[in-house]
Design a protein around this ligand. Structure first.
Ligand code: SAH
Ligand code: SF4
Length: 390
């Protein structure tokens, strides 16, 4: 059965996944539907495409499975499709909206992939194996080329927004990432912590989330997809409505008083801490779920014991876990992380006051792959430098 009347653009494709009440994510049809956007087509859209070519609808679902479940874009390899359809797909089908430019594996096996889009813009996506079990991988993806939010400690923010990424470009990072895994590895988590503010590109993000979690495709669990935001409150509300709070939310707090936060994160001048906290209180979390609070520790800016105490008061009553991230240095700023002993003191203070706190170990910093260090690249690099494969 198709979507209900009046909701012709609604997606009911999340229905078979769960026994809890189904959320209907309302998304507009894709603005453009050329081969480079075809990765962003949902099964019902593939059905429409192939029926317009005179094929039965179920063939459309098969194409979707080839692309998303198997990562196969070449029609010649789509072995269960009839020859005529494969020929049509070869003409009007699917093409990669981005290509791998280089891949750099760091000592801890973090793999930073630099990808280029057809207009020459480049972003990075990073494969981060779990330290305890290298076969379990978290992929950090980008959602925009640059970022408009202007946070002073962040390389993407300093660079400014160049353009939005399409849903196809966002999802293609994961399809491409999967191809770069070792044979025993799999991507279990996807975090929107690469370049860009995902909630400032909401339509593309929402479509990408539906695609990444589609049971006939990549099939990630919604709870294992994390959207990290600097605090766009209206879009946080929308995300909560559209995905029923099932998508994991991470909020970049970084300061606990309005004047401090506004000084390092311009978004705070528009949506201050009271508004942001009220928004987090109403985010529809399930019982055991918690919001991740990201807190980049910057020496002399937000790292005092008074800051830790104020954080406890600010977050009281909101189910959270706190990730402390010692700031990764960026060339455009003199701001730095505090000493390790200071980080530990800050963590202990929060722990003593009953919060659950983790210090995020910087991963991949030897190849500048750590969060907040994903930025633009100068000269094109055409070669691949992968050191982990024999
Ligand atoms: N725009 C989103 C997601 C991308 S940034 C956001 O801001 O949440 C992912 C995380 O890296 C955010 O918490 C961000 O504040 C943090 N970050 C940015 N620059 C950093 C840096 N130089 N050192 C440490 N963390 C940084
Ligand atoms: Fe944008 Fe996030 Fe960087 Fe701020 S921290 S500039 S919101 S990418």
């Amino acid at each position: 059965m198709g979507p209900p009347a009046g909701l012709s653009t609604a997606l009911d494709c999340t229905a078979p996944q769960t026994l809890t009440p189904t959320r209907i994510v309302e998304l507009p049809e894709q603005a453009s539907t050329g081969p480079q956007d075809a990765i962003a087509r949902l099964p019902h859209e593939w059905e429409q495409t192939v029926t317009s070519w005179g094929e039965p609808a179920y063939r459309g679902r098969q194409v979707f499975e080839w692309v998303h479940r198997h990562g196969v874009l070449d029609p010649a390899e789509m072995s269960n499709l009839p020859k005529a359809l494969r020929a049509r797909l070869a003409e009007d089908g699917v093409s990669w909206p981005l290509e791998l430019v280089s891949s750099h594996v760091s000592d801890d096996r973090t793999n930073k992939l630099l990808v280029a889009m057809p207009d020459g813009e480049r972003v990075e996506t990073v494969l981060i194996p779990q330290l305890q079990d290298l076969s379990v991988v978290t992929q950090c993806v980008s959602s925009q080329v640059g970022c408009a939010m202007g946070c002073v400690f962040c390389a993407s923010g300093v660079a400014g927004l160049k353009r939005q990424m399409s849903a196809a470009e966002i999802v293609a990072q994961v399809l491409l990432g999967r191809r770069e895994l070792e044979s025993d590895q799999r991507i279990r988590n996807v975090v929107f912590m690469g370049m860009g503010e995902p909630l400032h590109n909401y339509e593309a993000l929402a479509r990408a989330l539906v695609l990444l979690t589609h049971p006939d495709g990549i099939d990630l669990s919604k709870r294992r997809v994390t959207v990290s935001t600097s605090g766009l409150v209206r879009q946080i509300d929308r995300l909560g409505r559209d995905f029923g709070g099932q998508v994991q939310l991470a909020v970049s707090l970084h300061a606990v008083r309005d004047e401090d936060r506004s000084a390092i994160m311009p978004i705070n001048r528009k949506h201050g801490l009271d508004e942001l906290m009220a928004c987090l209180r109403r985010y529809p979390l399930s019982k055991r779920q918690r919001i991740t609070i990201e807190y980049t520790l910057i020496k002399g800016v937000n790292d005092s014991v008074a800051d830790a105490n104020a954080m406890v008061s600010l977050l009281r009553g909101i189910p959270v876990k706190v990730n402390l991230i010692p700031m990764n240095p960026i060339s455009a700023s003199d701001l730095r992380a505090p000493d390790a002993s200071h980080v530990t003191r800050f963590q202990e203070r929060l722990t003593q006051r009953g919060m659950s706190v983790f210090v995020r170990k910087t991963r991949g910093d030897d190849v500048a792959a750590a969060c907040g260090q994903l930025a633009f690249h100068g000269e094109p690099r055409r070669t691949r430098h992968t050191s982990s494969r024999g």
